[in-house]
Ligand binder design. Sequence first.
Ligand code: TYM
Length: 339
Amino acid sequence: MSETSFTPRVFSGIQPSGGLTLGNYLGAIKRFVSMQDEDFETIYCMVDLHAITAKFLEPEVLRRNTRELAAGFIASGISPEKSILINQSQVPEHAQLAWIFNCVARMGWMGRMTQWKDKAGKNAEAASLGLFAYPALMAADILVYHATHVPVGEDQKQHLELTRDIAAKFNHDYGVDFFPITEPVIEGAATRVMSLRDGSKKMSKSDPSDASRINMTDDADAIARKIRKAKTDPDALPSEAKGLDDRPEARNLVNIYAGLSEQSVDKVLAEVGGQQFGTFKPLLADLAVAKLAPISSEMARLMDDPAEIDRILAKGAEQAREITAPILKKTYEIIGMVG
Ligand code: TYM
């Protein structure tokens, strides 16, 4: 750990590459909201520069996704009064520090990233250079604020380890104690929400099957239908967590219930153990509708006034740059850039 003491500061981001899912909500956003009321400065980001690394997005689609994501953050309880809310491209220091980190990170480190391997697939030659460098930009997002804590779902763990490696190598190479060694915050019952159609696959906005996920814009009927049709097994629910071993679909639905009701899996199973899915699924559907429908209607209301969203993001960018500009300036000085 670093000797220097850093201001407790949280940074996290979500890609505006498609709609928000229940996975994003339970794995990340719920924790973003609660950390606002702990002893942290909080900065939350629409990572639009990351969103263009994979497939081509029409400009109109990127614009809409970015505003819709901002609306999703706010509707879920992120307050522009308590947190700095930004889109990444409006705070240029992210991309500037990313270049420095491209020169710190090693090709071998990047090539070992499982998300790179998954996304580039067998045809890495056709992938963008940006997709390969993606984790260095992510490290810059975090470290340009000297953020100490990063709440994420489990799938981002490896990227956060790389962020720590980049900070440590920079500090070591230049003989400084300048960048913090950031702590990942991967907590709660639902840090890895799985597809409703296949318990071995992550719930994802890029899954071709809409039935595999709950979108934060789904209405009550769609939420209830998707849960009713979710894949399960024929057995009753167990009364203890170890009874979910080798039952990925059952485990997933119980984790979702636990995440939405803010209870532990053990507590949930003490309540619903012994029930068949025919009884449990309607309970889960009612809970999901009660928690999510107000968010989706608030998102729709906010989307009626995109100019207000743009104002919030412009103000956020201004506040953010008060933090990022001096950190970038100091980084350049450490490196030996004259200016
Ligand atoms: P992204 O946009 O894929 O996902 C955003 C957040 O949602 C979490 N998440 C999930 N959690 C549980 N179950 C799921 N099925 C699920 N799907 C997504 C992710 O773990 C993540 O926390 N690289 C990041 C974005 C990013 C970032 C950053 C994050 C860019 N810079 C700096 C933190 C700090 C990403 O693609 O997330």
